[in-house]
Design a protein around this ligand. Structure first.
Ligand code: ADP
Ligand code: MG
Length: 237
């Protein structure tokens, strides 16, 4: 289970503080699918980065299966991220100097998995690119790069997959294939999926939906002038 308690993020903007995520309470039960929507700049990537431990909140607790990740040191956080969380970025973020196969292998080498090579082959196969392992990212189309990025995100069989507008830079047909792949993986592995998407149809398939605007949930209860009022994803069903 992922649980956010009063999680907020304030950054320095010029000479004054700017709150880009207002205190948010959120519960995502294990194995479920949360779709996050909202206009550009509403805090979606900030939220995902916080859940992934890529960024630290200004206040609040982020519990992953009961562990408050905001209290973890850098090494423990990197280990948790590497082994339990798969992140799919809008711009793929593959390592350009490594082949597709090597990109998938990296997280398994860091985790010192012995079965890395065999597993990377299986993952390549799973995303339908077994014949492209020796290609460099620059030799692959956007859709192919994103499929490699998904295979990499799945390398250590993470319990949590976070995907930030993963089809934002793909044509619609390729985008549908990528989404299908993410949904298939989520269902087959029963991993928790948090997906930032503008696709209402796709969001309708989610167990829960969260819509952000200016760093606040839009669907919050009417009395949400209490900034600490809970916005449990369950309540947004
Ligand atoms: P979204 O993903 O919904 O488009 P983001 O989470 O990327 O939104 O950003 C939310 C807001 O916070 C934006 O206005 C963005 O410019 C701002 N922002 C994000 N990170 C920083 C930062 N490190 N410093 C200053 N402003 C930031
Ligand atoms: Mg974003």
């Amino acid at each position: 289970m992922i649980e956010l308690r009063g999680v907020s993020k304030t950054v320095q903007s010029g000479d004054r503080p700017l709150t880009i995520l207002h205190p948010l309470d959120l519960v995502i039960p294990s194995g479920r699918f949360l779709a996050v929507a909202g206009p550009s700049g509403s805090g979606k990537s900030t939220l995902l980065g916080l859940i992934a431990g890529l960024d630290a909140p200004t206040a609040g607790e982020i519990l992953i299966d009961g562990t408050d990740i905001t209290k973890l040191g850098e090494d423990a956080l990197a280990k948790l991220r590497g082994e339990q969380i798969g992140f799919v970025f809008q711009f793929f973020h593959l390592v350009p100097s490594l082949t597709a196969f090597e990109n998938i292998l990296v997280p398994m080498e860091i985790a010192a998995r012995r079965d890395g090579v065999a597993r990377a082959r299986r993952l390549l196969d799973e995303v339908g690119l077994s014949d492209r392992g020796h290609h460099y990212p620059s030799q692959l189309s956007g859709g192919e790069q994103q499929r490699i990025a998904i295979a990499r995100a799945l390398a250590n069989d993470p319990l949590i997959v976070l995907a930030d507008e993963p089809t934002g830079n793909l044509d619609s047909t390729t985008g549908r294939h990528i989404m299908q792949l993410l949904l298939d993986v989520h269902r087959a592995r029963q991993s928790t999926l948090v997906l930032v998407t503008h696709d209402a149809e796709l969001a309708s398939l989610a167990d829960f939906r969260l819509s952000l605007r200016d760093g606040r949930p839009v669907d919050a209860a009417p009395h949400h002038s209490d900034a600490r009022g809970p916005t449990k994803a369950e309540a947004l069903r």
